[in-house]
Design a protein around this ligand. Structure first.
Ligand SMILES: Cc1cc2nc3c(=O)[nH]c(=O)nc-3n(C[C@H](O)[C@H](O)[C@H](O)COP(=O)(O)OP(=O)(O)OC[C@H]3O[C@@H](n4cnc5c(N)ncnc54)[C@H](O)[C@@H]3O)c2cc1C
Length: 407
């Protein structure tokens, strides 16, 4: 087998899933992660369609199911906290097989599955890549230089590997007009597997219980053109969030004050990554780094998990020949990625309606939904596109050779 030594940048969903599968298929992956440990934090993410089958093959599906959030439903509230409209959680179910899980729990499950067999380098980052005929020489910010057969960038929306191997970020990132912030706080409202959602024009805040109601997550969306800020400056990001929500009612002032003490804090633009090719020479991209669909699609973690599995399988099938494997990886994933990216289109307005009238109409619609004749038909029509996109790939066999349907 060629190119057995593979460096993976990023210990998120894509990077760790890739490490597990490469190791299982006879490669020697090394994961470098900028943080001191796999990063906790973030809201709940969904696994559905092909990603459920990949989780099963990876051997993590039982653990993922055991950690599911079990959210029972949600209520929309006004600035005084009065519940205006409620929706049973069953309305949001696209397919009963789907799993909603806190992102940090998914990352921990993958870490547990990988940590004994995979070398991790924490608190470090690649600083340069030199791609030669025989391998990629990599220098790090802290560790000594090393040479690898291949490098996979699984380092998220603002991928460093993409920047080094393909060029500056603005060429590949499309901003969808929103920003997202998420942090953990105590479950002071004693929510029981429930979400409260407060919407004002151009802004929304969701408070949801998490991890068996032991904690809560505050999730903020706001509409804004691209903002200029340092992606690693938490203080600056918190100021931007506080400014965007100045004057907002409900629990918002208390949440913004709790934000300063939060154990985690995630802030980013809601954006997509679109590239003609995810690979250049011996370097390839996986997950958000290459094809982020954005949180509005609900498919970021599913694409990352599936992409990692497909990439490892194609490398194994090609006996480590990256030229063949990278081409087949893109071929197999391209349509799946595009269809899932399309799910985000138009969703921005649903998260942050622009006027009080739109908010009122949205609440009326939610209130009427349970009483609509033919509501099941309406719902199945509304979720059909998501179901189809989530399954729109034929998964390869783990070691290559042959295909198997995703469902
Ligand atoms: C802390 C956090 C919270 C998130 N919260 C949400 C959320 O609430 N909702 C949502 O829809 N999506 C969220 N996301 C994005 C979501 O995780 C991804 O869309 C999806 O899971 C695909 O994952 P990924 O592995 O491709 O990228 P990510 O999950 O972003 O993982 C990328 C990893 O690469 C690491 N990394 C970045 N730069 C470097 C570098 N130079 N060197 C080494 N490592 C590096 C990061 O620390 C991270 O661990 C979050 C991501 C992170 C990192």
């Amino acid at each position: 087998m060629r190119n057995k030594d593979v460096l993976i940048s990023g210990a998120g969903v894509a990077g760790q899933a890739l490490a597990i599968w490469l190791r299982r298929l006879g490669f020697t992956p090394v994961v470098v992660e900028r943080a001191r440990a796999p990063r906790d934090g973030g809201q709940a993410v969904d696994l559905r369609g092909a990603a459920i089958e990949v989780a099963r093959r990876t051997g993590i599906l039982d653990a993922v199911r055991a950690a599911r959030t079990g959210t029972r439903g949600m209520s929309y509230v006004n600035s005084a906290g009065k519940r205006l409209a409620s929706l049973d959680g069953a309305f949001g179910v696209i397919s009963p097989e789907d799993v909603e899980i806190v992102r940090g729990d998914l990352v921990s499950i993958l870490y547990e599955a990988a940590r004994n067999d995979v070398e991790y380098i924490f608190d470090d980052s690649i600083s340069s890549l030199t791609d030669t005929a025989d391998g990629v020489t990599v220098t790090f910010e802290r560790s000594a230089p090393r040479t690898f057969g291949l490098v996979a960038g699984a380092d998220g929306l603002h991928s460093l590997v993409r920047g080094l191997a393909f060029g500056p970020e603005p060429r590949f990132i499309g901003h969808l007009g929103l920003y997202l912030a998420v942090f953990t706080i105590p479950n002071e409202l004693e929510l029981d597997h429930w979400q409260l959602i407060y919407v004002t024009p151009g802004r929304s805040v969701t408070l949801t219980s998490a991890r068996g109601n032991r904690e809560a997550r505050a999730i903020f969306f706001f509409a804004a053109d691209p903002l200029d800020y340092d992606h690693r400056d938490r203080g600056q990001q918190q100021e931007l969030l506080a400014a965007a929500f100045a004057g907002a009612g409900w629990e918002v002032p208390r949440l913004l004050s709790a934000m300063r003490e939060a154990p985690d804090f995630y802030f980013d633009s809601v954006s997509q990554v679109k590239m003609e090719s995810w690979s250049a020479g011996r370097v390839t991209l996986v997950g958000d780094a290459g094809y982020c669909p954005s949180p509005l699609s609900g498919q970021g973690s599913s694409l990352a998990l599936t992409g990692a599995y497909v990439l490892a399988s194609e490398l194994s099938a090609a006996d480590g020949d990256h030229r063949d494997a990278f081409a087949r990886y893109q071929q197999r994933m391209q349509d799946f990625v595009e269809r899932n990216q399309q799910l985000a289109t138009g969703n921005a307005k649903r998260f942050t309606p622009g006027s009080r009238r739109q908010i009122w109409l949205q609440n009326q619609g939610i209130r009427a939904l349970p009483y609509l004749p033919g509501k099941n038909w309406v719902l199945s029509l509304a979720t059909k596109g998501v179901k189809e996109a989530a399954n729109a790939i034929t998964l390869p066999q783990p070691g290559g050779g042959g295909n198997s349907p995703a469902w």
